[in-house]
Design a protein around this ligand. Structure first.
Ligand code: ATP
Ligand code: MG
Length: 755
């Protein structure tokens, strides 16, 4: 169970404690009209997760009340997804369609109570009669029908005597209810359609609002958890159960915020359009945000569960950054998969002074991954390297092979370029090189300095593989659909070369191709005679860089580097040395740093040693890393390490105050500025300047009251639904306290006050 309890778990716990329910029963109730997406994963994690945390049960129920859109293949996909994520629905899958006879009986009961009637207005009239938010609706003249007439008509609707749309069954509630949903909602409609399970037995189908609460009741569900857009449906949910006199243990509905992710569309309908329009190869196309897509791409269930855990459960809708999901998969694979070498765009290198052949023993895992295993890499006179890893006229800061600059072959020797061979049109076709016999990795006595190590394969033993480089499906941050597709979301490389052990030994299905990213043996198309690998994710976020480049383009400033459409190798600026790579792996793996921060620290010896020293005093890897990679790094750009006014121990002292909430992280920055200027101790600064964080509600509440009183317009706007203004109020409070108020506490108090 995650450490801090979310509001749903709090409700469940209270209900169990008070004895309202003996056992918690939840359900995951998808409509089988498409493949489940990552949003459904969130719902699955919540419903199955809560049931398992409290030793209850979660039903998997197909909400199949719409015969024209549903299909068995979607039922199977939903089962696959739940199973793959590691959850268990028990002995059987439930179907709303199995309850059709019971639901019909409940409807008859409502009619007999004069609480439901058959209406014969047209669809348009029904809409018109409903009124608007500001105007009450009018009741249909058919609402006056007698119970007998209603019973007769409803039975004949069932028998199929009427055409689609001729009649509907409606609840008799209140045509002037403030909640529009309560203005005599529809309970049943006529549909002469074949249902994939119920066949042709039914000519009427129940509406969501009628079927859902009763299905929950029939199954003994205690907590019916759904997304916020059903908030207004809660009144109907309760009305149906109350009116029918269904008592405890009856279910209650609770809503949470739906998951939205940028660069992603999250609706089965829109995803279906992509499948039908052929923009993707199917529901399980590795670019699709469907569970089947992630599975085929190579995501692990653990990475998705972790993601769902990280984003938490909230009551307000928000947008999650897709990099967070990408981070989760990178983070999971970093700890698990073997590192191997693959060359995507091969350039031949002949090592002229190497006559024999040998096998180099190389570990599959870096030091900080607690896994064992190694393979032999064949090394010979003829090898291939990545075309991008050689440049004849390199720009400044290019650390790989050039006519002047040697490079290390990862796990192997250092080589020097001797000659560049070109074809008639000037394209480089081959490099003639020399190797340095004493430079072998692990026993290097050559004394030659190189700035990077590159991947390579031996020409004779390398295997040809197909590599599919996937990128985000949408180029737009808030995509609508087809029109926002990223035209470069798939690049197929037919003739990549991989070291032989990957194919013969098959040490795993997922790999890190060194310096390229994480890859997965495609579970459908992979054949021994034609291996296919999918790119799961790069080693770091390559979009952040692109976005900056585009930004410059927009402002007319020349972009620092032309964007090529060639194979893009991650880490293009300068590959890390082996030592840096080891640090980087430790920081992202063991310490859980994000790759940006880990990258900054690992590449700078001053920073990493400062960081390690601070860590030896305070075990707070993330907090320390952030301040060292940002604040300390900024200072170090302007002076030598020896000139710093503060030391690592004092930085630990500062971070400790943030960790134990003595000061906010915002104030920490202020304290840092002071430390950098005066060299004073952080504790001292906090004391003399009175910067201790204010978390006591009794000190914060009066300020909130004052700000609310001063801003009646914004309060009204907030209450009318502009929830973005929450930030405004929080900001005002923080400003008034000079940044000293505890933002978390302020947030909670403001939200409470404005409710
Ligand atoms: P879609 O619009 O993609 O079809 P839906 O809400 O209609 O989604 P259902 O099959 O009815 O899909 O949903 C099954 C369950 O999954 C519901 O309880 C729903 O609230 C939940 N769910 C759907 N989308 C999300 C999401 N983006 N975030 C969290 N939960 C979701
Ligand atoms: Mg839907």
């Amino acid at each position: 169970m995650s450490e801090s309890k979310d509001f749903l778990r709090t409700i469940v716990e209270e209900d169990l404690k008070s004895g309202k329910y003996k056992e918690v029963t939840t359900r995951f109730p998808p409509e089988p009209n498409g493949f489940p997406h990552i949003g459904h994963a969130k719902s699955i994690c919540i419903n199955f997760g809560i049931a398992s945390d409290y030793h209850g049960h979660c039903n998997l129920r197909m909400d199949d009340t719409n015969p024209t859109k549903e299909d068995t293949k979607y039922v199977e996909a939903l089962k696959d997804a739940v199973e793959w994520l590691g959850f268990d629905w028990g002995d059987n899958v439930y179907f709303t369609s199995d309850y059709f006879p019971k639901l019909y009986d409940y409807a008859v009961e409502l009619i007999k109570m004069n609480k439901a009637y058959v209406d014969s207005l047209s669809e348009e009239e029904i809409r018109e009669y409903r009124g608007t938010v500001t105007e009450p609706g009018r009741r249909s003249k058919y609402a006056k029908r007698s119970v007998e007439e209603n019973l007769d008509l409803f039975e004949r609707m069932k028998k199929g005597e009427f055409k689609d749309g001729e009649h509907v069954l409606r609840a008799k509630i209140d045509m002037s209810a403030a909640n529009m949903k309560m203005r005599d909602p529809l309970l049943y409609r006529i549909r002469h359609a074949h249902h994939f399970r119920a066949g042709d037995e039914w000519s009427i189908y129940p509406m969501y609002d009628f079927a859902h609460c009763l299905s929950d009741y029939i199954e003994g569900v205690s907590h019916s958890i759904c997304t916020l857009e059903f908030e207004n449906n809660r009144d109907i949910y309760n009305w149906v159960l109350d009116t029918l006199g269904l008592k405890l243990s009856r279910p209650y509905q609770h809503e949470f915020a739906r998951l939205g992710i940028n660069y992603t569309v999250m609706s089965k309908r829109k995803l279906l359009e992509l499948v039908e329009g052929g923009q993707v190869s199917g529901w399980d196309d590795p670019r699709m945000p469907t569970i089947a897509g992630y599975k085929r791409r190579g995501y692990t269930p653990e990475s998705i569960l972790n993601f769902c855990d990280q984003i938490g459960i909230a009551k307000a809708n928000s947008m999650v950054d897709v990099t967070q999901l990408e981070f989760c998969i990178r983070d999971d694979l970093n700890k698990k998969v073997p590192r191997i070498m693959c060359v995507l765009d091969p350039l031949k290198v002949t090592i002229e002074n190497y006559e024999v052949s040998e096998e180099i023993d190389a570990s599959y895992y870096p030091h900080d991954v607690p896994k064992e295993g190694s393979r032999k890499i064949p090394f010979s006179r003829d090898i291939y390297i990545e075309r991008d890893d050689f440049m004849e006229n390199p720009p400044k800061g290019y650390y790989r092979l050039t006519p002047e600059q040697p490079v290390r072959l990862r796990h192997g020797y250092i080589i020097t370029c001797k000659e560049v061979i070109k074809d008639a049109s000037g394209n480089i076709t081959e490099i003639k090189a020399q190797y340095h016999p004493e430079s072998k990795s692990g026993s290097d006595t050559s004394g030659i300095k190189v700035k990077s190590a590159i991947q390579w394969v031996s020409a004779k033993e390398a295997k040809t593989v197909e590599v599919r480089l996937y990128d985000r499906l949408f180029k737009d941050e808030a995509p609508e659909g087809v029109e926002d597709i990223n035209p470069d979301s798939l690049q197929v490389i037919k003739n990549a070369l991989i070291e032989p052990a990957v194919i013969t030994e098959k040490p795993d299905e997922r790999f890190q191709f060194e310096r390229q990213g994480y890859f997965y043996a495609d579970p459908i198309d992979y054949r021994d005679e034609h291996p296919v690998f999918n790119k799961i994710v790069g080693l770091k976020d390559s979009w952040a860089k692109k976005a900056k480049l585009n930004e410059k383009k927009k402002t007319g400033e020349p972009a620092s580097k032309p964007q090529t459409k060639k194979v893009q190798v991650d880490g293009e600026v300068a590959p890390m040395s082996e030592a840096e790579q080891t640090l980087f792996d430790k920081y992202t793996g063991e310490f859980g740093l994000n790759s940006e921060v880990a990258n900054t620290l690992a590449r700078d010896e001053n920073l990493s040693s400062f960081y390690e020293e601070a860590l030896s005093v305070l075990n707070s890897p993330v907090g320390l890393a952030n301040i060292v990679a940002n604040e300390v790094a900024r200072e170090l750009k302007q002076m030598q390490a020896s000139e710093l006014k503060f030391n690592a121990k004092q930085i630990s002292e500062l971070v400790k105050m943030v960790d134990d909430e003595t000061i906010s992280s915002k104030i920490a920055k202020q304290v840092f500025e002071e430390m950098a200027k005066s060299g004073e101790n952080p504790t001292q600064i906090v004391e003399t300047k009175g910067l201790v964080q204010i978390s006591d509600p009794s000190k914060i509440l009066p300020i909130i009251d004052e700000i609310i009183a001063k801003n009646p317009d914004n309060v009204a706007k907030f209450k009318a639904g502009n929830t973005k203004l929450l930030g405004f109020f929080v900001g005002q409070v923080l400003k008034t306290t000079g940044g000293k108020a505890n933002p978390k506490v302020v947030n909670e108090l403001v939200a409470e006050k404005l409710k």
